[in-house]
Design a protein around this ligand. Structure first.
Ligand SMILES: Nc1nc2c(c(=O)[nH]1)N[C@H]1C(S)=C(S)[C@@H](COP(=O)(O)OP(=O)(O)OC[C@H]3O[C@@H](n4cnc5c(N)ncnc54)[C@H](O)[C@@H]3O)O[C@H]1N2
Ligand code: MOO
Ligand SMILES: [Mg+2]
Length: 399
């Protein structure tokens, strides 16, 4: 059976080629930048006063002047003024241009002001102190944000500061999330004894929202003709279909057959892993279909191990690497299958990352996911995993 790493590689070989679009700064949060953003001027663009106080010529101080007559005020937002006469100073405010002729700023806390004169009340003054010099942070033309960056609050602040009203970003894929199963009712309905409310597509929608993707939700009953009809429409309208359920060995598991009938080429069906063994993946020339096993823990694992990395790569985003953590207790798992063990992460006072096993009661136990930070990937060719041993953890918890 296909290994986890081979299955992962196959999905990554079929990532989407998404176009770019221009969006306004207001709509850019969470989007993936596709153009470099450069400094349009130096950062800071002028010698900038960094403290409220007075601006002086250091040479005056070093030649013995301690009292300076206040010749005026340079506030932030005012054009640059001149400090002309020796022995004088200008009051200067944080964010103002340093006046021409001044080179050093002394804080109000370090002077006394009386009768139009400011007298220095401290011993030591460094030349150039409290001045944030032009271009010390970044130079005009320097690349501030590179293509492939996800735009968060800090990135948007930088883009705003260099005048980007709009930004070129990766267009979002159209994604449909499709639950299948006669036993599933909607969240607002009261299930009959043989029914349950559907939850997988809500989980998937939230997981995709972390990438800024707004997927649509659909439900299809276990009927081959209905499935074929609805999936054909959804394939035409979307770039990616993500199904949940109907991919295993049951008599109502029609999904693989129906997809094949619609011309979706199977790239693989079944991966040597638990949970999530019946995972199905296929493509057409321009569309991708992930059919995830219906058990909720399997759906979560497959979403975080395959689907989100696939979408990240398609968006042009660097892969989210697993975090490594040490087991807090030994684990034994005999089958020659990659075991994705639910774990809760914490950190030890000495800085180690710890993973407490939370095996739960199997892949239908989705309440167990509430305490789960992620899935520890335990290799197929081993059975005993010792306390303190470190393995990769694919994060799935939180937002
Ligand atoms: N004879 C075999 N039986 C099963 C095998 C196998 O290899 N041989 N594999 C098992 C594994 S592993 C899994 S995982 C499941 C996968 O089943 P399906 O993908 O066919 O999913 P369903 O049969 O439709 O449902 C399974 C289970 O999940 C619940 N479910 C489905 N969708 C949702 C949803 N949207 N929200 C909440 N819960 C959902 C469904 O009610 C079932 O309880 O098959 C094993 N069987
Ligand atoms: O994906 Mo299944 O656990 O392995 O339920
Ligand atoms: Mg089934």
């Amino acid at each position: 059976m296909l290994s986890v790493s081979d299955a992962f590689s196959i999905t990554q070989d079929h990532t989407l080629t998404l176009p770019t679009e221009r969006v306004s700064l207001d709509d850019a949060l969470g989007r993936i930048l596709r153009e470099p953003v450069r400094a349009d001027r130096d950062f800071p663009p002028f010698d900038r006063v960094a403290m409220d106080g007075i601006g002086i010529r250091y040479a005056d101080f070093s030649s013995g002047t301690l009292s300076f007559s206040v010749a005026g005020m340079q506030r932030a937002g005012q054009p640059q003024q001149n400090l002309t006469e020796a022995g004088t100073c200008l009051e200067v405010m944080t964010g103002a241009m340093l006046p021409i002729g001044a080179d050093t700023v002394i804080r109000y806390e370090d002077i006394t002001v009386a009768d139009g004169s400011a007298t220095i009340a401290i011993e030591a003054i460094q030349p150039g102190q409290n001045v944030h010099h032009r271009a010390t942070d970044r130079q005009a033309g320097e690349e501030l944000l590179s293509a492939g960056t996800r735009l968060g609050p800090a990135e948007l602040a930088v883009a705003a500061s260099v005048g980007h009203i709009t930004l070129t970003v990766t267009a979002l894929p159209r994604v449909a999330l499709i639950s299948t199963g006669d036993e599933l009712v909607d969240v607002g309905d009261t299930p009959l004894p043989h029914q349950i409310r559907r939850s997988n597509t809500y989980m998937l929608r939230a997981a995709l929202a972390t990438l800024g993707i707004r997927a649509t939700l659909h439900h299809i009953i276990d009927d081959e003709a209905v499935l074929a009809d609805r999936l054909s429409t959804l394939l035409a309208e979307n770039d990616v279909l993500i199904l949940s359920g109907g991919v295993s060995a049951g008599k109502a598991d029609f999904v693989p057959e129906v997809l094949a009938g619609l011309g979706v080429r199977k790239a693989f069906h079944k991966v040597n892993q638990r949970p999530g063994k019946p995972l199905w993946f296929g493509t057409t020339s321009a569309k991708t279909v992930f059919a995830l096993p219906g058990n909720p823990v399997s759906t979560v694992l497959c979403a975080h191990r395959y689907v989100l990395p696939y979408l990240r790569a398609s968006l042009g985003l660097a892969p989210a690497l697993p975090t490594y953590a040490q087991l807090t207790a030994p684990v034994t798992f005999r089958p020659d299958i990659t075991y994705f063990l639910p774990v809760q992460l914490s950190s030890a006072p000495d800085g180690r990352r710890l993973a407490q096993p939370l095996p739960g009661s199997g892949s239908a136990d989705f309440a167990n996911l509430l305490a789960t930070s992620g899935f520890m990937e335990l290799p197929a060719d081993r059975s005993d995993f010792g306390e303190g041993e470190a393995f990769p953890v694919w994060l799935s918890g939180g937002i």
